[in-house]
Design a protein around this ligand. Sequence first.
Ligand SMILES: NC(=O)C1=CN([C@@H]2O[C@H](COP(=O)(O)OP(=O)(O)OC[C@H]3O[C@@H](n4cnc5c(N)ncnc54)[C@H](OP(=O)(O)O)[C@@H]3O)[C@@H](O)[C@H]2O)C=CC1
Ligand SMILES: CC(=O)N[C@@H](CCC(=O)OP(=O)(O)O)C(=O)O
Length: 344
Amino acid sequence: MKVSIIGASGYGGLELIRLLTHHPHFHLESLHTSSMAGVPIGAESNHLAHLPYILEEIDPEKIAKTADIVFLATPTGISKELAPSFHDLGVKLIDLSGDLRLKKTGEYEKWYKGASAPAKILNEAVYGLSEWNQKEIEKASVIANPGCYPTATLLGLAPLFMEGLAITSDIIVDAKSGVSGAGKSPTAVTHFSDMNDNFKIYKVHQHQHIPEIEQQLGEWAGEIDPVSFNTHLVPMTRGIMATMYVKLKRKTTTHELLDLYKTAYENQPFVRIQPEAHFPCTKQVYGSNFCDIGVAFDERTNKATIVSVIDNLMKGAAGQAVQNANILIGADPSAGLMQAPLYP
Ligand SMILES: NC(=O)C1=CN([C@@H]2O[C@H](COP(=O)(O)OP(=O)(O)OC[C@H]3O[C@@H](n4cnc5c(N)ncnc54)[C@H](OP(=O)(O)O)[C@@H]3O)[C@@H](O)[C@H]2O)C=CC1
Ligand SMILES: CC(=O)N[C@@H](CCC(=O)OP(=O)(O)O)C(=O)O
């Protein structure tokens, strides 16, 4: 299978290159840019100096002649413009942006402050939460890859929802991310001297991942109340930790909850449930496609505390995108993705 990457010079695109240049089923056919056509990828990104690729312009007709699958690692707002032409040319699409994820009328406009993608492509798009939507992904022609925070959050909450154990009001998600989650372009917020030795809350009550999380929880539970979700920037390069607090319908034990989580993910190679009284940290998934989850029942509040960690660029973006591409072609979802995390 031949694949191409649009937005190859960005953080998500670079991670896709890392995964796809030695993948057992995909041949990386071409890399595309809106601003640097003709530049070798190794000149733009020195860590890829061993690769022969030259960045090429974005010409959907030309790309469609050689690529079976196109990854859009492009900013929100750009993917919705590019997706329809590739789709019309019969290319399968995996979009890393938020453009194709929100289905309910008016939600995209409200949270992303722009016009949503055309209904035709939006209706085609399947939400690519690999572990929970595999059957739909297998048949998809367009995959809306989940956001980084929603991936950590939804994988952490799913077993409680599937079991019908969660009370669907007053859910709290307290999330933190490394700075690479903000992409390659430096800003006043991500500037080293402002970020180093610092810890920041941002987009309070306004994060664009709130409707994405509520949409999926709503699909699992029917109706849910609005979720309290806030995000923080941590002075580290990669990693997301989502700490979640959920009131339960009945008393339980940590042991019982862990059994529920282990059963829910027993056939999923990338979700690793921690032993009792162990909680994951971001470094244990660094550079990998794993999502590690720790769970405890708080007898005093009748709430479950769930801690879910991922690498934002891997399971939160490129890793899950390749997992979805594997599912799309009927391959083992873990093909080319079982590297151990980088440690220390
Ligand atoms: N970083 C993360 O952890 C995550 C990111 N995402 C999403 O993935 C997508 C990519 O993110 P990320 O790689 O971090 O972002 P970056 O900003 O690092 O890279 C985006 C790339 O898109 C290209 N681009 C910019 N403008 C245009 C345009 N008009 N047309 C085509 N290409 C353009 C740029 O490359 P060039 O100038 O060469 O065209 C740029 O390098 C985004 O939608 C983001 O929201 C999702 C989950 C996690
Ligand atoms: C640290 C940081 O800034 N992270 C970004 C995540 C961006 C992202 O994943 O965007 P979409 O999923 O909407 O495409 C943010 O919070 O907006």
